[in-house]
Design a protein around this ligand. Sequence first.
Ligand code: 5GP
Length: 191
Amino acid sequence: MKLLKERIIKDGIIKEGNILKVDSFLNHQMDINLINEIGKEFKKIFEDKKIDKILTIEASGIGIACIVAQYFDVPVVFAKKSKSINLSGESYITKIESFTHKKTYDVIVSKKFLHEGEHILIIDDFLANGYAVKGLLQIIEESGAIVEGVGIVIEKGFQEGGRNLREKGINLHSLAIVDKMDVENKTLQFR
Ligand code: 5GP
């Protein structure tokens, strides 16, 4: 997506540890015009799919997923990072390792909001090693819902997440794939 790539080049900041900061337009301050275009693009990509719900993960996926969902006219469910233990069995639960915080979280989705046979589109801001998406896929599988696709705004193609998901046959589409980042020269290269 040309507009997105131009914006990453203009405002993205390359940090140590393979982190791309896009917090001036995507996941802290949010450029709603740009995210509207992102929503239209995902609608085009997944147009032929039946989508009943969009699933994402807190926190930075939520705002993006909500705008995308307007183009599909479906609800958004977000997986919550939870500290409380799920004793009553009323939630689907999985563990996700955070790429940015180097911690492992329990994430939960209430069984009230994800049902067998529902068609689900996963949306997230970044794909790095793929832990977040893998956790969401596990939750969907446990619920008996059907994954129609995964839509990612920025994939870091030099990390393993994208390759693993494509090898598994997941219908993954990333709007910008960064294949190289150079922290010293402050340059990046798209696929
Ligand atoms: P993964 O689970 O694929 O390893 O990492 C994806 C999650 O980590 C995303 O939900 C995103 O919040 C965060 N993340 C991974 N890499 C980056 C990055 O380079 N920049 C930012 N801002 N977030 C990232």
